[in-house]
Design a protein around this ligand. Structure first.
Ligand SMILES: *Cc1c(COP(=O)(O)O)cnc(C)c1O
Length: 381
């Protein structure tokens, strides 16, 4: 069952389906239904995360440890100005070459996109027909079910345990054409059980999309095996460990025959010229810098978990740069924290998990101020 299918309009009571905060909080009124709009979309609302400014934003898992210096240097140059009137490279060949070297695969095993969201959308459309099925673990990144729905693909989920274990045979039980797995998983943080992932890849009849948005923090990846395994597509992004979410650059690692299909589905010119230049610089020159920052984030994640335990909470195990923790009344608690100028991401009534907060690991001063705001919010919310 699709998570998004039952997403209510603003103000409506939500049912038992997990709902990404941005689709519920501060959403616009229900879209008007006219003879020109698709009636089956009448329950959808635009993604509107809360926008009131905060001093400390730990709500979106982008790295809080700075932006790669060579990306900044490219954006500060004005040598690019004459290029702005021209189209960029159709499929971002220079960026693909830099990403291939970073990951350690051939350039024909890489496709780029406008964020990894674009990779998910393009690959779902490329590898499943309308009416076919996507299977995923719940709770997970809500955009997977959203892009399935936008491409006419049915979806259903099976539960994911907090330790990253799941039943691979139950996941495949309805013969899905597509499988979406996210490891480490957003929003719970767990790395998925490697044996269960392997069984899914070995037994799935179609394409398994493995979202590794947080791979740099986990230190493990299946990207190197993807080019030789036509049933596996690894999706990665520069938005999280590279702290370049504003550039909108994501990429896929897969067998060359899949890459061509993704690029057909995606279309040309999806990465802007400036984004391509800045991303290429970061991936070429700042890999060691990013690895150092990712290690800092991982150390801070453990201190964050300790700080949450000191407040009497029970953080879940995480292999990413964030921690998920059960907090009854998470929506209210997050709102009270926002009044104290600290943003974290609340989720209401996740099946099997209840109300949770997802909090990005960050430098110690920010973390201390977040914990102080959380302590006050827990006392008053
Ligand atoms: C943040 C995130 C993405 C989206 O990344 P973009 O490249 O910014 O589109 C994809 N998957 C997961 C699991 C994420 O957490």
């Amino acid at each position: 069952m699709s998570e998004m299918k039952n997403a209510p309009a603003a103000g409506a009571e939500r049912g038992s389906e997990p709902l990404h905060e941005g689709f519920a909080v501060g959403a616009v009124a229900a879209p008007t239904r006219t003879s020109r709009t698709r009636p089956e979309w009448s329950d959808l609302v635009l993604y509107r995360p809360p926008q009131s400014p905060v001093t400390i934003n730990l709500s979106d898992n982008t790295s809080r440890f700075g932006v790669p210096p060579s990306a900044l240097a490219v954006l500060r140059e004005d040598a690019l100005a004459p290029e702005l009137a021209r189209y960029p490279d159709a499929y971002a060949a220079p960026l693909k070459a830099a990403l291939a070297a970073y990951v350690g695969v051939g350039v024909d095993a890489i496709a780029t996109g406008c964020g990894s969201d674009d990779i998910l959308d393009s690959s779902f459309r490329a590898f499943a027909r309308p009416g076919e099925r996507l299977a995923y673990l719940a709770p997970t990144f809500p955009m997977a079910a959203y892009f399935a729905r936008m491409n006419g693909i049915e979806s259903y989920s099976v539960p994911l345990a907090a330790d990253g274990t799941f039943d691979p045979d139950a996941l495949l039980a309805r013969d899905p054409q597509l499988v979406y797995l996210c490891s480490p998983n957003n929003p719970t943080g767990a790395a998925l059980d490697p044996g269960a992932i392997e069984r899914v890849i070995a037994r799935a009849r179609g394409v398994v999309v493995l979202d590794e948005a947080y791979a740099e923090f986990a230190g493990t990846s299946r990207a190197l095996e993807a080019p030789a395994r036509p049933g596996l597509l690894v999706a990665r992004t520069l938005s999280k460990a590279f702290a370049l979410a504003g550039l909108r650059v994501g990429y896929a690692i897969a067998a060359p025959e899949l890459i061509t299909q993704i690029e057909l589905s995606r279309g040309p010119f999806k990465v802007g010229a400036l984004a391509e230049r800045a991303a290429t610089a970061a991936v070429t020159h700042d890999v060691a810098w990013v690895r150092e920052k990712a290690a800092l984030a991982v150390a801070q994640r453990e201190r964050l978990a300790d700080g949450l335990r000191a407040l009497g909470l029970a953080p879940l195990p995480s292999a990413a740069n964030f921690v998920c923790v059960a907090v009854p009344g998470a929506m209210r608690v997050a709102a009270a924290m926002r009044e104290r100028s600290v943003a974290v991401r609340p989720f209401a009534a996740l099946p099997g998990y209840g109300d949770v907060l997802r909090i990005t690991a960050s430098p110690e001063d920010e973390q201390q101020r977040m914990l102080a705001a959380l302590k006050e919010a827990l006392a008053c919310a």
